[in-house]
Write a protein that binds this ligand. Structure first.
Ligand code: FES
Length: 111
């Protein structure tokens, strides 16, 4: 089974092939914003892929456009659009004060 490590939470879990990073986070109570409910329209589920990017589903057009619109570069991905397909993946969830470009990044919701 594929595995994902959430570095912030110091948690590694096995997931079913095809599980999104957002789904894995929610299932294991790892805090990850998802304002649009996983519909590839908000970017608040953004994560940094530290290891195993090749084990994720490829970036599709909608994800690429949303990442680009907020100037989110590699290794950023959207948790709701990144499916874990094989092997091991390690991610970091950016904190709200680590924005790549303040002028374009949407604010994260209040806790
Ligand atoms: S939850 Fe909104 S883009 Fe992923």
């Amino acid at each position: 089974m594929p595995k994902i490590t959430f570095r912030n939470s110091n948690l590694t879990v096995e997931v079913t092939k095809g599980t999104s990073i957002l789904e894995a986070a929610l299932e294991h109570r790892v805090p990850l914003y998802h304002t649009c409910g996983g519909n590839c329209s908000c970017s608040t589920c953004r994560i940094l892929v530290l290891r195993g990017a090749e084990n994720l589903s490829p970036v599709e057009v909608d994800e690429a456009e949303l990442l680009d619109s907020f100037d989110l570069k590699t290794p950023h991905r959207l948790g709701c659009q990144s499916l874990i397909l094989k092997g091991e993946v390690e991610v970091d969830i950016p904190s709200r004060d680590r924005k790549p470009r303040d002028s374009k990044i949407p604010p994260l919701p209040d806790e």
